[in-house]
Design a protein around this ligand. Sequence first.
Ligand code: AMP
Ligand code: ZN
Length: 115
Amino acid sequence: MQPNCIFCKIVAKEIPAKIVFEDEHVLAFHDLHPQSPVHVLVIPKVHIASLAHATDEQSALLGHCLRAVAKIAVELGVADNGYRTVINTGNDGGQTVHHLHVHLLAGRQHGWPPG
Ligand code: AMP
Ligand code: ZN
């Protein structure tokens, strides 16, 4: 656990979140400021600052996060219509919380290219 990391605090249940899925390795919860009708964040429980900080040893964990996204989409009933997954990395990527997270956005048509 990284001190002062808001997502580590959510993992530790020190601050509340609307959790939609949890297992040994990942946690998923609704985004505080949803950008789509469905906006869930899927995070590894271990602190990884960004995708750029993940190691080869964490490859299976990264895959586990993506499988969790797909399962949650089914669970929330948005898999058939489709969804957008986003990982913002670093300054130019628009990352604001420095604990790796996958955005799952659904419930509307998403444009391309993104902003
Ligand atoms: P990013 O800009 O990719 O780093 O995304 C960070 C996301 O975390 C944003 O969509 C925020 O709305 C969301 N967020 C920040 N704090 C919280 C929180 N305490 N609970 C849920 N979502 C949060
Ligand atoms: Zn963290």
